[in-house]
Design a protein around this ligand. Structure first.
Ligand SMILES: [Zn+2]
Length: 412
């Protein structure tokens, strides 16, 4: 007898909808989808998996990664030399680690040669396992702009129009634009405050992307760059360190999302391998982010979670940095633990426009679900070590031995 219906029982379930956990909950999964979630008894025709003193919650979403990056002190230098096959192997390896960290969806916001587009397709086709991937292909910057060593360079509205269409043709799920400079300077001696793409260029890119039904993400660290991005109508502000109250109001009005990536700047500050000038720039951005998160919370900006994993010294590949981002929301922004978990699940799903299929545990949605030991809201650190990761109903990673209480009982 083939059992296609599974009932997961856990002491707590965070469904991503309610404001508190469901106590002694049952999550029923069939054919990859959530069938039901709530209390009570499991259906008699389901295989029961009792996870014991654990929390079940929707799979986490990291809205800002670079899967082929190796997190070395100078990733730009590495990327300039990296071959496509090598980068592809790196991206595959990192995708496995991401998945085991409980992140069932990532948005890759630029990979050299559009490498991640191919990995996305291979995972979707079942060639290899991994998280669900949304890929920007390769980002677009001005000539000599931020990340231009491996990005697509375009100047003027006409070239932006062409560059966006090239990424769409390659299969990009969304478009990534480098609006400002960043910590790692290009030949233009940029700073995080430097405006790079101008308003007419941004507007053109956003219009072409939106007419194709694709969202636009803008790397924008300084306030002027954030303002230009919002005026052009972008959907997500990446980093957004120098967010102001005025800009927060605009974000709320336009329904734009913020993806803070504080852990990336923290990682640079903490490393002795990084040149001092970059560490200073990153330290300024960490300070700014404290304000940014407070303002975002105060004005009700939609905050999604992203790690910028793979950038300098930013090693999610040795532990779940997304948990750090979740904790920053609580510690720096004043979010409740539940609000922070929702940022990493349903709010991030909305930012990526995939909230109709994932982000909550609700009937009809794909069963992307993770289990961690104990009560996740009482110890957010527990989110770093899930012992069960299910994507589209398939248990892709499980370490049930890690949960002393786990026991599997088949009722069929
Ligand atoms: Zn990035």
């Amino acid at each position: 007898l083939v059992v296609t219906k599974t009932a997961y029982k856990a002491r707590w379930i965070i469904d991503g909808v309610r404001d508190s956990e469901i106590a002694d909950g049952i999550l029923v999964v069939e054919d990859g989808n959530v069938v039901s979630v709530g209390g009570g008894q499991p259906p008699s025709d389901a295989q029961l998996i009792d996870l014991g003193n654990a929390t079940l919650l929707p799979g986490l979403i990291d809205c800002h990664v670079h899967l082929p990056f190796d997190a070395s002190a100078d990733p730009v230098d590495v990327l300039a030399r990296q071959s496509i096959p090598y980068g592809t192997m790196m991206a595959y390896k990192h995708a496995q680690i991401v998945l085991q960290s409980g992140v069932t969806t990532v948005r890759d916001v630029s990979s050299p040669h559009g490498i991640t587009l191919g990995l996305r397709d291979a995972i979707a086709a079942g060639v290899v396992t991994g998280p669900r991937i949304l890929s920007a292909g390769t980002h677009i910057s001005i000539t000599g702009g931020h990340g231009s060593v491996f990005g697509v360079e375009a100047d003027g509205p006409q070239e932006l129009r062409k560059a966006v269409r090239e990424q769409l043709k390659a299969g990009a799920d969304f478009i990534k634009l480098m609006e400002t400079g960043g910590v790692y300077s290009s030949g233009l001696r940029e700073t995080p405050d430097t405006v790079q793409l101008l308003l007419d260029e941004m507007r053109e890119a956003v219009e072409v992307a939106h007419r194709a039904g694709r969202k636009v993400a803008a790397h924008a660290e300084g306030s002027e760059g954030i303002a230009i991005s919002l005026e052009a109508g972008v959907d997500t502000i990446e980093h957004g360190n120098h967010l102001t109250e005025e800009l927060a109001k605009v974000m709320v009005k336009q329904g734009a999302f913020l993806v803070p990536t504080v852990s990336a700047f923290r990682a640079v500050v903490a490393s002795n391998d990084v040149p001092a000038e970059y560490r200073r720039a990153a330290a300024t951005l960490v300070d700014a982010s404290k304000n940014c998160l407070r303002i975002a919370k105060q004005f009700g900006v939609n905050v999604a979670t992203g790690t910028d994993s793979g950038t300098a010294m930013n090693m999610p590949w040795t532990g779940n940095y997304l948990v750090e981002e979740i904790k920053f929301l609580v510690e720096l922004g004043g979010f409740t633990p539940m609000e922070a978990v929702k940022s990493a699940t349903i709010v991030s799903a909305r930012a990526l426009n995939i909230d109709s299929i994932v982000g909550t545990l609700q009937e009809g949605k794909l069963a992307d679900v993770i289990a961690v030991k104990g009560n996740a809201l009482e110890s957010l650190d527990s989110l770093a070590k899930p012992f069960l990761v299910v994507r589209s109903g398939l248990p892709l990673y499980q370490d049930l031995a890690a949960s002393e209480v786990a026991r599997v009982a088949s009722r069929v």
